[in-house]
Design a protein around this ligand. Sequence first.
Ligand SMILES: [Zn+2]
Length: 243
Amino acid sequence: MSDIIVIVPHPDDESALCAGLILRAVKKSHRVRVAFLTSGTHGRTLGLVPQKALAAARRKEAENATRSLGVDDVHFLGYNDFDPRRGKKFAWPDARKKILSAAGKISADTVIVSFPPNGINGHPDHVLCSKLAQEIAEEQGASLLYVTTNGAEEAYMMDAASYLKSQQRRKLHVAASHVLKLTPEEKSGKLFALSHYRTQAVSVVDFIRLSKGNLFEEYYTLAPGAGAKARKLLSGLLRPCRH
Ligand SMILES: [Zn+2]
């Protein structure tokens, strides 16, 4: 049994980007944990809940979505997310320590799954999350697996004022090293997980539309320095990409 921890900033990132990997790892009896850095308090409510009740609603959605993927080991760090109305970024003090104390040990046997350095779309929380995942991997000797989009990232790219600019996003882009093509069962599981995010329905349908053929092909990049155990684990879950 191996150990995977998915570290993402927003409830819904895990289902959108790596539901297939989670489902497959759980099926093969690997230990899978998910840590959400923020509660997504500044997201849309779609009038379904008052803004001040959004954090609790998104937490419930995330619990149901991850449970549907077979994961019960879920942790909410409760940091503030980027506020697009005020363009305000928040720091996440002591996030490394808090993740370790909430989610438990991360060691050389752990594979951390998180955003690549450009955050895919340059979103400040995605970029910060990637940096944090790199720091934790380095500190704990864990292996790092980035979720990527195999060149389809232009579809998610935005030039919102506080996002990374396109030139920098391209500079920080990492090419996919592995692919996971979802089975019919995994496809249903991914859509079912996404369907729990009612308050985020606009983001979810935008993601589905912009993903086009890539919704059911997940791409990953194994960061340099991955251990032999991580390579072995991944060879049982993913296929290397042919370039
Ligand atoms: Zn996100």
